[in-house]
Design a protein around this ligand. Structure first.
Ligand SMILES: [Zn+2]
Length: 267
């Protein structure tokens, strides 16, 4: 009886002994390594080909002369005319707009941070209707004739044309990029009394002469005589000159006549 129990115990110990010998262990490691390689490398290859597919898409889109702004920066209000580039001028314009949108995209993060700080500061002021929402701040918005002077969602309008006030005030954080609302050439780029740092440019939109004044900039990004494209950065929001808060004061004249920017710009 006792010897039977001992035999059973011996057998149990044998059964419990690790059966993997060193050579087998090396074989197991090699097998697992092969398994990892088999799974991981095709997956890595898949990631690589995805990246290439995006690049090819972008190149193809560029060659097809279509604007790829919408897919890249989530600009919500692009019109059909933004895509329909058929003449060399339109293609160049679309390219400029796309490049501007890409630059804006890079600056959007900085603008968001500045806007968050400004919104916090403004929340204590009773005269402020609402803080600017920058959730969708990314790029200028185009309406077929003009672009917006500030990134969509980065501002609110506090005042427009009325009485002696000949422009629209767009409250936005200091440093927010200001875009040319149309293509043209820079007439004024410098400090100008009550306007502070002012950029005035003249262009031609749908056969009409357009003059645009952009005031109170913190800094100016263009020079007199320089050609600008719609959507190109011409300066940054500030509060220079006769101004009490960071904002863009923008005036638009069409064929010499003052117009209310809110009626013609996509703002
Ligand atoms: Zn103003």
């Amino acid at each position: 009886m006792r010897s039977t129990i001992r035999r059973a115990e011996r057998e149990a110990r044998r059964a419990g002994k690790p059966r993997v010998r060193p050579l087998q262990a090396i074989g197991t490691v090699a097998a697992v390594g092969a398994l990892i390689a088999g799974v991981a490398f095709p997956a890595y290859a898949a990631i690589q080909s995805d990246t290439e597919a995006v690049t090819i898409h972008d190149v193809a889109a560029g060659e097809a002369q279509s604007l790829v702004v919408a897919s890249e920066v989530e600009s919500p209000e692009l019109t059909g005319s933004s895509y329909a580039a058929t003449t060399p001028e339109e293609i160049a314009k679309a390219e400029a707009e796309r490049a501007a949108a890409e630059r804006a995209k890079e600056q959007a993060e900085a603008a968001k941070a500045a806007a968050a700080a400004a919104a916090k500061a403004q929340s204590s002021s009773a005269s402020v209707a609402s803080a600017p929402s920058v959730a969708s701040a990314a790029a200028p918005v185009f309406n077929g004739s003009f672009g917006s002077p500030l990134p969509g969602g980065s501002y609110y309008i506090s005042r427009s044309v009325g009485g002696a006030h000949q422009g629209t005030d767009m409250v936005s954080p200091a440093g927010t990029p200001i875009y040319a609302v149309a293509s043209g050439s820079v007439v004024t780029a410098g400090y100008s009394g009550a306007y502070g740092n002012l950029v005035t440019f003249v262009g031609n939109v749908n056969g009409s002469s357009v003059e645009v004044r952009n005031a109170h900039m913190s800094s100016i990004a263009v020079s007199p005589g320089q050609t600008v494209s719609a959507g190109q950065i011409i300066g940054y929001v500030g509060t220079t000159g006769r101004s009490t808060a960071n904002h863009l004061h923008i005036e638009v004249r069409i064929n010499g006549g003052l117009v209310d920017p809110v009626n013609v710009l996509p703002i």
